[in-house]
Design a protein around this ligand. Structure first.
Ligand SMILES: [Zn+2]
Length: 419
């Protein structure tokens, strides 16, 4: 029986933690105040959940979404293809998309993410190519207000090369948090990178750039690292596919520069795997960033899904456990590393306070029905409880039945199944 939500939670009992131990987790308001052996937490006032059979994780954050584009795939029916073809398909659609349409799709996508355990999202937002350039920003500001207290939503600008600076600045008046952009797609990628970083510095805000989303294009990340050294505001770069293709010696120099500038790198496996490599039908490259080199060098790394059911990615479950699965299967990370990138690592890159089942951390938590953390990634059960700042904000209870197989059937020589 799921109570009316949201509801404050006082304790989580018998939860299996990622390291395999079983514990009771006591909450006080938005914080975890104790992680104790099972049965030792005193019963107090407030809701308690018995998490026997569940693994308890830090609630995932989605560090790179496009809520203004999500759920348009079926309506646009674009040809399957690479990044330029997806951009062209969406551009035609975006001319006529209005604020209410954008808000409706963003709302439905965010609801799915929340049900799966996501309590923080950073979305990039396009300037509309139609007459109402700021429709997406007003839509996302509305959706952010609606989800206040349920999901922390950050908004990043995504200007085109010809977006006027005054229009770009208007997005901040409507609530944008960070300067973004994809200067690797512009005619002069380095000048474009400088232009965006100049604007961030002038506004006194951070930057989260789409960087080097191609297998053999420019490397704007080096310029970003050079410019951001010494910054105190947020700085991160998404995609960085080009890093995965660089020769080892060049990659080592770039990774050093990224670490020195403390730029967080956001890898986006499902969308990168879908969009990259169409021109190479044989020995198709994976199109992922250099996860191993970045992690081993101590760079802050996060992972997300990027697009969901739009011309840039026809699929996607709004589920960070899908991203974690791809980090293991296609990125060759360990299951623990994969969970870190979609959980604690993503929160760190987004500049959010530490969360998870640890004393003193914010009680943003995801309980998934599973025996182990690796099984949680593998089966990604829909049976989940989601807490944001100590309140239960989503719960899904799966009712699934499978007919029992008949055991110990004795086969005779006349049975077609007999060997
Ligand atoms: Zn993106």
């Amino acid at each position: 029986m799921i109570p009316a939500l949201p509801v404050p939670v006082a304790a989580l009992r018998n939860a299996r933690l990622a390291d395999g131990t079983v514990a009771d987790v006591r909450l006080d308001g938005p914080l975890v105040v104790a992680v104790e052996p099972p049965g030792t937490t005193a019963h107090g006032a407030g809701l308690e959940l018995d998490l026997d059979g569940f693994v308890l994780l830090t609630a995932p954050a989605e560090p790179h979404a496009h809520l203004d584009k999500a759920l348009t795939f079926d309506e646009i029916a674009p040809p399957l293809g690479d990044l330029p073809s997806a951009i062209a398909s969406f551009h035609t659609y975006a001319i006529t998309a209005d604020e209410h349409d954008i808000a409706d799709r963003a709302r439905r996508t965010l609801g799915r993410m929340l049900a799966n355990g996501v309590t923080a999202v950073r979305t990039h937002v396009n300037f509309s190519p139609g007459p109402d350039a700021l429709a997406g920003y007003r839509a996302l500001a509305t959706v952010r207000r609606e989800f206040a207290g349920l999901v922390d939503l950050q908004i990043v600008t995504l200007p085109a090369e010809d977006t006027p600076d005054d229009v770009h600045e208007d997005a901040f008046a409507l609530g944008a948090d960070l300067v973004g952009g994809a200067p690797h797609l512009w005619p002069d990628p380095i000048a474009g990178t400088d232009h965006l970083l100049d604007l961030a510095e002038a506004l006194g805000v951070g930057a989260d750039l789409h960087a080097d989303e191609s297998l053999d294009g420019p490397v704007t990340l080096a310029r970003f690292a050079e410019r951001a050294r010494g910054w105190s505001v947020g700085r991160s770069a998404g995609h960085c596919v080009r890093l995965g293709m660089l020769p080892e010696d060049e990659l080592a120099v770039l990774v050093d520069a990224v670490r020195a500038a403390d730029i967080g790198i956001i890898g986006l496996p499902i969308t990168n795997l879908y969009l990259q490599g169409w021109e190479q039908p044989v020995a198709t490259p994976r199109g992922l960033t250099a996860f191993r080199a970045l992690i081993d060098a101590g760079v802050r790394v996060a992972a997300g899904a990027d697009n969901v059911r739009d011309p840039f990615n026809p699929l996607g479950r709004c589920d960070p456990l899908e991203t974690a699965m791809l980090l293991v299967a296609a990125g060759h990370l360990s299951p623990a590393e994969a969970l870190h990138l979609v959980g604690d690592g993503a929160r760190d890159v987004l500049g959010l306070p530490a969360a998870g089942p640890r004393t003193g951390a914010v009680a943003d938590l995801l309980a998934v029905r599973a025996e182990t953390a690796t099984e949680a990634i593998a089966f990604a059960s829909a049976d989940r409880f989601v807490l944001h700042a100590g309140r239960l904000v989503a719960a899904s209870v799966l009712d699934s039945r499978v007919a029992e197989p008949v055991r110990d059937v004795v086969l005779t020589a006349t049975d077609p199944g007999a060997a």
